[in-house]
Design a protein. Sequence first.
Length: 140
Amino acid sequence: LPNGLTLEVPITIDSGSNADFVGMQFIKQHRIALLPATLPLNVVTVDGRKLLGGQVVQQTPPMLLKIGNHREVISFNVTQLSDTPIVLGMSWLDRHSPSLAWYQRQLTFGSSYCAQHCIQTGQEEEGQEEGQQLHLGMVQ
């Protein structure tokens, strides 16, 4: 986060969502500065209705996201979310192709993409700058 704080935040994996989102309430609570969206989105709910907040026109600056030893820099689209601060959608699932142990609510990253770009050993982590960091540790 901009203040250097690391947070453990519950996330929702949503294969019905085409993009990755963060809730406006979370943004306000943690005073995260926003940027104009690279590509504004028209969001439609599962039953075909347009999202109440209208078009998504803001995104977060790039943040470091960690799930175990999996690390990546990601920007989230900002919208109103009800029960969860973070939604990782199909764009994220397609890129990382994680395996999910449903009962344990645990993700495993075995894709070649993650092996090349995201998985870090303890030695690699020690030398990294922390910067803006969002530590996600739970799957709902």
